[in-house]
Design a protein around this ligand. Sequence first.
Ligand SMILES: [Zn+2]
Length: 300
Amino acid sequence: MSGKNVSGILAPIHQKKDVEDESDRTYPQMGMSPFSLLTLKGGYYPHFTSWSKTREKIDLENQIFTSITTPKQKKVQIIVEITIITKPFILNVSVNCYLIRTSNGFILIDTGRPKKRNAIEKELESADCHPGDLKLIILTHGDFDHCGNAAYFRKKFGAQIAMHKADSGMVEHGNMLWNRRKRNILTRMVFKLLFRLGKSDRFKPDLFFDEGYDFSEYGFDAKALEIPGHSKGSIGILATSGELFCGDLLANVGKPDLWSIIDDSYVAHASVEKLKSLQINTVFPGHGQPFPMELFLKTH
Ligand SMILES: [Zn+2]
């Protein structure tokens, strides 16, 4: 499947609160290549559809999500349309950007590595996101694999870039160790050589936000959560409908877990505790496939 995108309609991502039995709630099993593009359809405009109807669509339009089981007669509300753009990162690990279609344009959460720019750009276009349509680029944190195309996309699409101030020096100076804990000389050298943002890709963000920032003025019913640990300025974006874009606090490489690269594990665990107190259905991580929060909570 390398180099070829596949698209499909994924299961509904929000379930009505009055569902009687939580135990048979099911989640899509996404046996997809990390080189794929997947569209979670539904539109921003709340409407209802049934699981079985959605499943029918999935089965008809592609063969990817075959392992979904469908509770009968349950109604779900589909809130947002999310296009997941996944590109290889390092070894068997991929990195994700998430394109959210809102009622008045698009929001892009993270932008991928500069090396994958053309491929990501093509996927934005095929999702119908053209210059003028992208209103906001939200960066979950300052690492180059998430911010690598922010400056380029800002210029091309006329979008604004928003992130937390505590990571801003990383993207302004291209130094991924800015405002992070001190590392040994070898790590510093590796970061300087491999994990950096080239001069032309560095930028000053247009907008800083912190805890509770409300994205509804961009047509996205979601709020920012400060979830430091991977970096000091790591943020999550939690949609009212229960989807969490968690950046690199959590990942799904092998299984849903804390991401292996953590700057401050005490702080990271405090961020996880904070997530536990919130209503979260599906987690969309920076690395790996989306997963149900329930699955993560079973082991944490
Ligand atoms: Zn990352």
